[in-house]
Every structure is written in C-alpha cells, then in structure tokens.
Ligand binder design. Structure first.
Ligand SMILES: *Cc1c(COP(=O)(O)O)cnc(C)c1O
Length: 411
C-alpha cells in the first residue's frame, strides 16, 4: 500500500484516480431496500446521466473484503483472477491494496501491467496457453505459469525457456460444485510424477503446485483434501531429487460471507497440518468471485412490456447475452427488484423478464412476482460482479462493454 488508509490508497490507484467516485451512505434510512438504490435512483433520474443499463461498483466493499481476507487467511497473498471481472478500477484497487493477479491470456496480462503492476505479481495461471501468448509473457517478464500436460512443458520450453512452472493438480472430486473445473484441468495423482519428470527433462523449474476446487460446493472440506494432495506432490518432487518447491497456490472458489470464514478455518488447519514443517513455502490464492461478486449492483431499464390477462411480460436492456450471462457461466440466481422501491400493500403479478436479444432463451426470470412496471422503469440486480460484465457478448449488436460502470464509495 502507498501509505495512508487503504481507502485513500484505492482512491489514488490507477484505474480509479482519474474517474469520478460517487459517495453514498451505507445506512441511509430512506433506502431500506439497500443504500445503493438511492444512488442508483439519482443516476437514473431524468436529471441524471444514465439512459440504459449500468453498474455501480462500491470500492469500499473491496477494501472491506480485502481486510476480511487478510484477517481470515493472514499468510495467503491473493492473486485476483482477472477473468472474473476485469474492470480497471477493480484491478487498480486490488493492486493498491497489495494483491497480485492471476491472468489467463495476453489481454489480461496487458490489462494489469498497464496499471503499473509488476510482472512478478502476475501468475499466468492458464494450464493450456497459445504459443503467441507465452511469447508475449516472455517479452514482458511474466515468468511463472501453470501446467498439467507434457505438451505444455514442451511449448513453454520452446516459447519461454526462462519460465518457472506450477503444477496444477486435480483436487479431490467435487461433484456437487456448481462450477467444477476438475473435469477440464488438473493432473491426476498418477500423472504427477511423469509431469515433474517432464519438466526436469526440459530443464524447467517446477516452483510449486496449484489447484482449484471449483465453485459452489456445499462443503468447504474439499480444500483439506486438495492441500493434502498438494503436499503429496511436494513430496514426490523431493523424492525425485528436484529442488525444493516454494509456492503453494490454493486457487479460488471463495464466496464472501459465512462460507468464507468456514473455508478459511479449514484451509488454515490443513496448512498447519500438511505444510507446517515447510515454513519457506509461500502460500497464494486466486480468488475471483470473492472480491467481485458483492461489490457490483446492476440497474437495467424496462424497454418493453406486454400484458396478457393477469400475466406481465417485460423486456429489459440487458440479458443472458450481456451481464446476465453470469446466470449460465457462474450460476447467478437473479432476484430483481424495482428500483422505485417497495410500496406497502402493492399488488404483484407473475412476471416474465426478457433480455433484449431476439433469442427466446434470452429470459431472465419467469413466474416471478413483481409489481406493475412501466416502460422506462428500472430493475436492480444485487451481487452481480462476478462473471457478468466479463462473459457477455455482442450478440444481436447489444454490446456488453457498452454498459457503463459508475464508481462509488460507501461509508
Ligand atoms: C476462474 C479461476 C479462478 C477464480 O475462481 P473463483 O471461483 O472466481 O474464485 C482462479 N483460478 C483459476 C485457475 C481459474 O480458472
């Protein structure tokens, strides 16, 4: 951190400092439906600036989440997974707070380096990389990447021989996870030794081990098994006479709230058990959703309406091909509420809300109770910072990147 309070450091951060930051009170008594709604009402009012869907990003929330991480996982430096939400103000804020970055492509590396992040604070954490992207990493000095195949060793050797490797292992099965990355990535137990040997043959150093337990499992105990499996890989390398590994990367999958504290307790306990006697090992994590999800709120505008008997159908200007792609990519469950706020005793209707594209699957909610709304009204979606803006498309000419983000600072 640059000095001063964490919030000051964030306000001075690249990606933030040249933009307007709107202040709002977290506990404003008039805004019982969520303090951010008051701010959104002023942004979307006739005298405001927004005419179409927009995000509000609360920087103070990131400051709080960062200190929550530091409190619960004191020894684990977070390397924020850029793919979750590459909003420059979020990247800049996290860099100012001391985070490193997990990048998966040339563009993601460029985005963080452009904010002044040092290449040593970047892990190129995509186990299967296009050659041109590896060459780019070599040219800017990003010298740490993950792998889980022998083909990747050969490629890294060819394109970036000075790069150190992190062996991505597949943790224990996590079948109830909403997003299970283990079906695509991670070396199986019997592949660990051959992959370590392949790196040694190529003259590449294996600096450590990583895993990603997936997201949305009902049980945080998966971290324990994964840390145990990582220790076994450390021991396998030692048994092969390879130089001691120095990094343990516990990946992502964290969610802010009670389950985070639960996961942290499991992790701290497993680290003490399996890595307690290896004090020189640096433990890092790759949280994405943890930092992004709850810091963003979306307002989308009603642009069309149909009344069929008692049923109400609305079209809004964002949908499954835009920010609400997070419904598909990350299991986001939309619970929109009218920005106008609740009116006591107001009648509600079973409503369908469609996105703006011509695909009939572009449907956000159905049979969902909403009060009567009109074209020009707004719907609010809370906790929509993860895999939303980052995974939308330009389908039908509705460009997700046109959705504006207003920076805010709650106190
Ligand atoms: C997506 C991803 C992350 C972030 O995952 P979250 O569930 O958002 O925390 C971390 N590491 C890797 C390698 C990833 O692919």
């Amino acid at each position: 951190m640059v000095g001063g309070s964490p919030m000051q450091a964030v306000l001075m951060a690249p990606g933030v400092k040249d933009r307007k930051v709107l202040a709002f009170k977290r506990d404003a008594p008039k805004d019982k439906d969520g303090a951010v709604a008051g701010l959104m009402r002023s942004i979307s009012a006739p005298a405001g600036t927004a005419r179409s869907a927009f995000f509000v990003f609360d920087l103070a929330r990131v400051v709080d989440l960062y200190s929550g991480w530091r409190r619960a996982l004191a020894g684990v430096r977070p390397f924020y997974a850029v793919k979750c939400n590459p909003e420059p103000a979020l990247l800049g804020a996290l860099a100012a707070l001391g985070a490193g970055f997990d990048c998966a492509s040339r563009r993601e590396i460029e985005a963080v380096l452009a904010l002044g992040v040092k290449p040593g604070s970047v892990v190129y954490a995509n186990p299967c990389k296009p050659e041109a992207h590896i060459e780019y990493a070599a040219s800017v000095g990003v010298n740490l990447t993950t792998y889980d195949t022998e083909e990747e060793v050969a490629k890294v050797k060819r394109c970036h021989p000075g790069c150190d490797l992190i062996l991505r292992i597949k943790g224990p099965d996590n079948a109830d996870a909403k997003v299970d990355l283990g079906t695509k990535y991670g070396a199986q137990e019997d592949e660990v030794v051959p992959l370590l040997r392949a790196a040694r043959r190529a003259g590449l150093k294996v600096a450590g081990v990583s895993f990603h337990v997936g997201f949305g499992a009902s049980c945080t105990d998966v971290y324990r098994g994964a840390i145990e499996a990582a220790r076994a890989a450390f021991d396998a390398a030692a048994a092969l006479g390879m130089p001691p590994m120095r990094v343990l990367d516990i990946g992502g999958g964290f969610m802010a709230g009670a389950t985070f504290d639960e996961a942290a307790a499991v992790i701290n306990d497993a680290l003490a058990q399996h890595f307690g006697e290896l004090p020189c090992v640096e433990v890092i994590g790759e949280p994405g959703r943890y930092f992004a999800e709850t810091a963003f709120t979306l307002a989308a505008r009603v642009i069309g309406k149909r009344t069929r008997g008692e049923a109400r159908e609305y079209w809004i200007d964002d949908g499954l091909y835009g920010s609400l792609s997070c419904m598909i990519v990350a299991g986001y469950v939309p619970r929109p509420r009218p920005l106008a706020g609740p009116c006591p005793g107001e009648r509600t209707y079973a409503s369908t809300v469609f996105g703006p594209t011509c695909d009939s699957r572009d449907k956000v909610v159905s049979e969902y109770q909403l009060p009567e709304m009109s074209v020009g009204d707004w719907l609010v979606f809370d906790g929509i910072g993860a895999y939303a803006a980052s995974s939308g498309s330009n389908f039908n000419g509705f460009s997700t990147s046109d959705i504006k983000t207003y920076l805010a600072y709650s106190s």
